[in-house]
Design a protein around this ligand. Structure first.
Ligand SMILES: C[S@@+](CC[C@H](N)C(=O)[O-])C[C@H]1O[C@@H](n2cnc3c(N)ncnc32)[C@H](O)[C@@H]1O
Length: 269
């Protein structure tokens, strides 16, 4: 098992191989699941890390499960979601549970050889604290929303706290979400028949607590490494692995770059 760190040049090398794999997905990606660029990032990261165990937190229709299984066919996968009824892809090699990640006794698992893959839209800092407490070291967050975006507190919100406390606080507190984000959340809630008040999905308590001004400091103190997977095409001011003149070669990736949420690997100390 390896820590994740690859240069942009190395990351770009697997693009064609990925696209062939992506063609064989069991169903079309739709709303609520990973986009193709996030699937590419997950696929590259997981193949490189090559863990023995993967805990997938947040299944939805199961496209992520399929991708994880395809990237690491020898890994033992444990997939968690409080709502297992939406799955379209179900693997008999995967162990499914519906309780929360924090409610299991993981003590039989080799935590040093496990990646916890979070796409459950829960408070990222709470998840990291739980991982630290349970002994997990390798963590992927499927969404690292920028300040002012997202339906949960992401790492980026926490990291921004030191720089701009007021903005980060807005992301912690629904009542202060921008109207644009509120409308987006409401649309999701209606669409998925979920809570219409605050969140897309059941959230952890800490999501609604005020930001703690030292969160960012504690985060840095507890991380050995933090690696944000680069977008395929430049997004949100971040350089892409491909230059703009390749747009026509990869239209789907390019289309996604205007609404890209970033995906991150972290190693906890
Ligand atoms: C964005 S979707 C996951 C998409 C999936 N990774 C894919 O690409 O197809 C979020 C999922 O998190 C689930 N979820 C909500 N609360 C959760 C929790 N506490 N633990 C695990 N999953 C949770 C929701 O039911 C939903 O299915």
């Amino acid at each position: 098992m390896n820590d994740f760190s690859l240069s942009n040049v190395d990351i770009a090398k697997d693009l064609e191989e990925f696209l062939a794999v992506y063609q064989s997905k069991p169903f079309e990606a739709g709303n609520g699941g990973m986009t193709s660029s996030h699937m590419y990032a997950s696929w590259v990261m997981l193949r490189h890390i090559d863990p023995e165990y993967i805990i997938e937190c947040g299944i939805w229709r199961g496209l992520g499960t399929w991708l994880i299984e395809t990237a690491c066919p020898n890994a033992k996968i444990i997939s968690l979601d409080p709502n297992l009824s939406k799955r379209k892809f179900v693997s008999d090699k995967v162990t499914y549970h519906y309780a929360d990640f924090s409610e299991y006794d993981w003590s039989g698992l080799d935590v040093d050889n496990t990646v916890v893959f979070f796409d459950d839209h829960q408070d990222a800092l709470t998840r990291l604290m739980q991982c630290k407490w349970l002994g997990f070291k390798h963590v992927i967050f499927e969404d690292n929303y920028r300040v002012g975006d997202g339906d949960f507190s992401s790492l980026e919100h926490i990291k921004a706290a030191k720089l701009d406390f007021a903005d980060a606080e807005i992301c912690r507190n629904y009542s202060k979400f921008s109207e644009k984000v509120k409308r987006k959340l409401k649309r999701y809630a209606i669409k998925f028949g979920l809570r219409k008040d605050k969140s897309v999905i059941p959230q952890f308590k800490r999501n609604h607590e005020q930001l703690f001004i030292h969160d960012n400091e504690f985060l840095n103190r507890n991380l050995e490494s933090f690696c944000e997977f680069p977008p395929i095409f430049a997004a949100n001011g971040k350089e892409g692995i491909l230059s703009e003149d390749r747009q026509a070669d990869y239209p789907e990736f390019f289309k996604e770059s205007s609404d890209y949420n970033f995906i991150s690997y972290l190693k906890i100390k």
